[in-house]
Design a protein around this ligand. Sequence first.
Ligand SMILES: *[C@@H]1O[C@H](CO)[C@@H](O)[C@H](O)[C@H]1NC(C)=O
Ligand SMILES: *[C@@H]1O[C@H](CO)[C@@H](O)[C@H](O)[C@H]1NC(C)=O
Length: 358
Amino acid sequence: MKILNASALLVEPLESRKFSRFSLQYTETEDKPFDDANWEPRFSGHQSLEEREESFLARNQKINCGFVRGPEGTPSTGFDLAEDDAKYISSCHIAVASCIFGNSDRLRIPVGKMVSRISKKNVCFVMFVDEATLKTLTAEGKMPDSMGFVGLWKIVVVKNLPFSDMRRVGKIPKLLSHRLFTSARYSIWLDSKLRLQLDPLLILEYFLWRKGYEYAISNHYDRHCVWEEVAQNKKLNKYNHTVIDEQFAFYQADGLQRFNASDPNKLLHSNVPEGSFIVRAHTPMSNLFSCLWFNEVDRFTPRDQLSFAYTYYKLKKMNPDKPFYLNMFKDCERRKIAKLFRHRSDEQRDILSQPETE
Ligand SMILES: *[C@@H]1O[C@H](CO)[C@@H](O)[C@H](O)[C@H]1NC(C)=O
Ligand SMILES: *[C@@H]1O[C@H](CO)[C@@H](O)[C@H](O)[C@H]1NC(C)=O
């Protein structure tokens, strides 16, 4: 793995002409259907199965992609930001984003000396937190300064969380960075259990620019087949088994097959992503994939490793002539860039074992 050693001479490439071009729009509001008295506005909207099917087509169209609001006069569907914060994040050109909801993790500040002066000027580092997490951070002495920063992180407080399951809320900044950072060309997602230890521009160069990719995600260090991932999720009781089974049966009925490592035509190196580190260019195909993946997580389980490969295969199947430049890299490459810590909630349990040997 050869990462460049300085970002000073890096030049951001022009938009590559090989990337698919089309224009995506997003549902902003939904109206109450007059025949459904129990209808309530939802953050992810109410997508029918027909609309879901259509949404996979890479063409000019309007799709659901979170941030759906109800008709005027109805309460907010959530993920509310202060006006100044919304303005700040909508002005970022390159974003490094992470989140802590429900006190799940400690705040890991990127290694300052690894981040170049150019990056400090051109990259926004945004940590989304809920009010409970902010309270804990403050109590632990990590109070945001008058500009809202703790170290490099701009702390952005999210009010009115759209889901009661914090894992689900976490998928919003994770999968929908292009909806939050509306004018950003690039974003890097970092799970809060990771601490960044490399300059963001060098990350973009290595994972995207050098070989012309538009989306980069690591594969799982251990599991390659979704069948194993489903078994593991059930064994560790990660989610309601009935709902996992429903999702998996749905995907199999729509053609998802076991991962076959020796198939020369296989589309992915692995069908299970690690997912704690994602690098993306906000191109139409990359944005579409992100929306589709989020909508699967919304419809089924928040265990996003279960829907990744299916979403990718279906996107390819429905758009045979539209390439999607996905870089699925090895998890060990991620280790050089970001150090892994335990989740705060797991610290007690694992106090005697080593977090990660490098
Ligand atoms: C799991 O989900 C099913 C279907 O939604 C529900 O009927 C069942 O009560 C849930 N089980 C648990 C243990 O929550
Ligand atoms: C996996 O792919 C190889 C090569 O195409 C094929 O010979 C083999 O039958 C496949 N295995 C399964 C279980 O489908």
